[in-house]
Design a binder for this molecule. Sequence first.
Ligand code: HH2
Length: 286
Amino acid sequence: MGRTARNTDRAETVTAGPGPVVVGILNITPDSFSDGGDFLDPEAAAEHAATMLDEGAEILDVGGESTRPGSDPVSQEVEIGRVVPVLERILSVRPEAVISVDTYRACTATAALEAGASLINDVTALRGDPRMASVIQEAACPVILMHMQGEPKTMQKEPHYEDVVGEVRDFLAERAEYAVTAGIRPENVIVDPGIGFGKNLEHNLDLLRNLDAIVDLGFHVVIGASRKSFIEKITGVQEARDRVSGTVATTVLAYERGATLFRVHDVRANREALAVAEAVLHTSRR
Ligand code: HH2
């Protein structure tokens, strides 16, 4: 329990800091859209984790189930069996690592926090499992609340909004209020418009363009646009791994609009772009 408390404190320190925070993605899945199958072996996963930390990731986001469009859920046992050994392996070589776990299941979150995870990334914004809010509240750790219309299996089949920015903002405000009412401290709430989760190209662009409406809610904002298919629609780059430049553009624009956390696959490129953006936008700090 001592270890859990220390690790969750560390997550709060990272998310509360002034600077942009790079969250490196580590998918322990056979079917993730851009890195599926690369890190199923805990050794390979830990090696990639160390590389991302060395490249400047302040947080690692470890996921054991793909939520790409069309994906199927896996069982809780499979998810825990993928995530926990990797967490243990990473923390045995890099005990200072701040690790987020991408899960909407309370049991997985509990097992991950016990194994040393520092925060939880819940793409259902505490709607997927009624016990999740109390797990977060008891651990006193940060939580990412993400907007999604529909569910991964079908979410990209004609997503529809009257006013995407207003609807996503209102949803996040309601979920944040739910979290705070459940005893989660407001400083520990991080909101995410959920780029690509039940959104077409125009919806994604509208959200990125008007991100200040979500920043104005007063919570930390995370953006997860890395390598997503809307970048292909704009640039024509079909290979997901090659969508680095398009991703970096979203990172810089979202940073300028007030987002502070960036969930990305390509840590070095995004870290360098943020350093330059930071220097231009905040010259008084230098
Ligand atoms: N995107 C993905 C997964 N989890 N979590 C948050 N908070 N925000 C996101 O935008 C987000 C997320 C999907 O990307 P990826 O993890 O690369 O792929 P997959 O779901 O196929 O594993």
